[in-house]
Ligand binder design. Structure first.
Ligand code: ZN
Length: 234
């Protein structure tokens, strides 16, 4: 493994911007198995705080009528190593890292992946400032709506990390007569599927923290209105 040859290109691909001080990013791609500095731990230390600041500020402003318990529950899920690991995997960050004796289950290793994502965000903050970093952190961690098709792992991760959110279950081609709104913790849309093997194959799952976003989505996609699940009563 080695630091990406074309680091600019890789960063451009995932951030849609061109950082100028590339040296800082080289540090973000050195794992702490390389005992001596530089390695990515100092940047992960910084990035962790930057991510929390952005997520909490956004949650505070977006959900004005939520108490601290609800805000804490939301942020705990979003800021989890598990969630960062999914993003790091999607971005294929660790595949490009300089790691001594990489473990065989490298993509499953949450500490390694979460640190890699945090370090990259720490570097982004140093090179491009808070506003650009906010745009990217919110894009990856706080999308207004997420759709899951053929990706049960990401779907189940979403409902686990957003237990106070909402899910619309609908056909692959959304049909106005079948748009069921559930709470994310409803047992009819989590665990082992009652019918078939997958959650996000015959049906798709549209997820959001805000039921109004889903209502708008349903209107735009199919001209239909959401029907509320009689079991979880959202
Ligand atoms: Zn339900």
């Amino acid at each position: 493994m080695s630091i990406p040859n074309n680091l600019q290109g890789f960063l451009n691909g995932i951030f849609a911007l061109t950082p100028e001080e590339i040296k800082i990013y080289e540090e973000a791609f050195i794992h702490s198995s390389n005992d001596s500095l530089p390695n990515n731990q100092r940047l992960a230390f910084l990035g962790d705080s930057v991510i929390r600041l952005i997520i909490r500020e956004h949650s505070y402003k977006k959900y004005r009528d939520w108490n601290i318990g609800k805000l804490t529950e939301l942020c705990k899920g979003i800021e989890s190593d598990e969630n960062f690991t999914i993003i790091a995997n999607n971005l294929k960050i660790v595949n490009h890292m300089d790691i001594k004796n990489p473990p065989p289950d490298i993509n499953e290793n949450e500490t390694l992946n979460a640190e890699a994502f945090e370090a990259l965000i720490g570097a982004l903050y140093l090179t491009n400032g808070l506003e650009q970093t906010r745009r990217i952190v919110l894009k990856y961690l706080f999308a207004d709506i997420e759709q899951f098709k053929d990706d049960d792992k990401s779907y189940l991760n979403w409902i686990k990390n957003h237990s106070i959110g909402y899910v619309v279950n609908c056909n692959r081609q959304p049909n106005p007569n079948y748009l069921i709104l559930h709470r994310a913790d409803c047992n009819t849309i989590s665990g082992i599927p009652a019918k078939g093997k997958f959650w996000s194959k015959d049906y798709i799952k549209i997820c959001s923290l805000d039921p109004n976003e889903l209502e708008n989505w349903a209107q735009k996609q199919s001209g239909g209105e959401l029907q509320r699940c009689p079991i979880c009563k959202p």
